[in-house]
Design a protein around this ligand. Sequence first.
Ligand SMILES: Cc1cc2nc3c(=O)[nH]c(=O)nc-3n(C[C@H](O)[C@H](O)[C@H](O)COP(=O)(O)OP(=O)(O)OC[C@H]3O[C@@H](n4cnc5c(N)ncnc54)[C@H](O)[C@@H]3O)c2cc1C
Length: 298
Amino acid sequence: MRTISEQPDEDNATMDESDERTETDQPATESMAFDHDVVIVGGSAAGLAAGVFTARHGLETLVLRGGHTALLRCSLLENYLGLTNVDPADFLEVATEQARDAGCRVENRRVEQLRRNGVGFAVDTVDETITTRRVVAASGSENDYLEEIADGALYCGPATHDNLEYYVPCDDAGRTAVDGLYATGRLSGVEHQVLIAAGNGARVGLAVVRDSLRDAGLWDDLADHYHDWTVYPHRHDGWEIDDWLRERLPDDIDPDDDAVAERLAAYRERLEARTRTETEQADRLERGQELLEQYHDE
Ligand SMILES: Cc1cc2nc3c(=O)[nH]c(=O)nc-3n(C[C@H](O)[C@H](O)[C@H](O)COP(=O)(O)OP(=O)(O)OC[C@H]3O[C@@H](n4cnc5c(N)ncnc54)[C@H](O)[C@@H]3O)c2cc1C
């Protein structure tokens, strides 16, 4: 994946010749309607981190959890960066609130089965079937609900003492062989630490957002530029944003075409929405302090 720096004068990106998204007609969005944009199976370090990123982008995100949680088996979290010697149950509670603040719905419900449903998925829980365009599997050592999807291609047997290779095969960004299905955290085979599971969840959340942007007709160079950053007021003063956007279009795309201009305008709006006013910053700082204080509550 390409890395593109934020400011034009720092830009070290080159166009990827394999960029195939050149059409200017309607974006390749799915025609089906789903209950959610993303369902995340598992609401611990990896799943909640992924949800923070998808929900902050505005994707309707449902986190379902109900099953074994390795996080709650730690004695104290001594090795989490910037937050040391905390009770894992407190950590989970604060992380859950953070995900909710970001816009996730988090529900305690176990997923029984995952099935393909058009270009999306049907997620069977004990009492309801939920439809979604994308699924992030973040269920730690539990994978039985994946047993039937893709003719078992993603299922490597139950996690037991004899089978420590139960991970779901996926690329670095969590994409599996099934379009729209991602894996993250322990289930994807990353190292067995909370900090790493959370970091991996964030990476997979970003991949989900970027793929959604592609679905909405954005070209690779712009979709891959999405970083979920926020910036101080005036950070973008002097940035010729329209020129910057046009430079990132494939050569055969006409920036003055109405459909193209519309997509660029939507992306521009997103970039501008990253700037936080001083009041917004103060409000968020206060909420951040409030969450941190929960670590001291008895
Ligand atoms: C005994 C022990 C001690 C540890 N100590 C430390 C430590 O000190 N420091 C450290 O960094 N790491 C420690 N670890 C490792 C760490 O806990 C894991 O690497 C980390 O929790 C993995 O995060 P995860 O989100 O991938 O999975 P998990 O934390 O296992 O979370 C899995 C989530 O999936 C949900 N789930 C499972 N199945 C389903 C289903 N069918 N439907 C819906 N939801 C489902 C669960 O409810 C849970 O929310 C320890 C692990 C163990 C076992």
